[in-house]
Design a protein around this ligand. Structure first.
Ligand SMILES: [Zn+2]
Ligand SMILES: [Zn+2]
Length: 135
């Protein structure tokens, strides 16, 4: 069973998760670049019931390409992006890999929205790659 712990930069928000991720991938879409400030976002999606949160996040909603409303959670004190929720998948939470301590348990299986990636971002040829989000 995989274990994940994580925290924001200042430590006000922390989580502990235990269980197998439902899915993990790298997203190169513009939303993921802007909401993270990084060249792409790696998410580890888990069942909400497997994740225990300590501290309070701030959040905002935005509409994805798909038309779904996503909620981005971040630390209101240090601004660190923490996780995302999707109204279409209310039982799941997408932890941001960058705030996870156990790097060895972060195993993305695909790159999505490669059509929107920054030219200089290399892709691991061992991972599946999709121009958009595979349906
Ligand atoms: Zn913080
Ligand atoms: Zn994305």
């Amino acid at each position: 069973m995989a274990k994940f712990t994580g925290s924001c930069m200042c430590g006000n928000v922390q989580f502990q998760a235990e269980g197998e991720p439902v899915f993990s991938g790298n997203c190169h879409c513009e939303d993921c670049r802007k909401t993270s400030g990084a060249a792409y976002s790696t998410f580890v999606f888990m069942n909400k019931e497997d994740v225990k949160l300590t501290g309070k996040t701030s959040s905002y909603d935005h509409k994805a390409d798909s038309g779904n409303v996503l909620t981005k959670h971040f630390c209101g004190n240090c601004g660190c992006p923490m996780f995302t929720e999707n109204e279409m998948r209310p039982t799941m939470i997408g932890l941001r890999a960058g705030v996870i301590n156990e790097h060895e348990n972060v195993k993305p299986t695909m790159n999505v929205f490669t059509g929107n990636k920054i030219e200089s971002t290399p892709l691991d040829p061992k991972l599946a790659a999709f121009e958009k989000m595979p349906s």
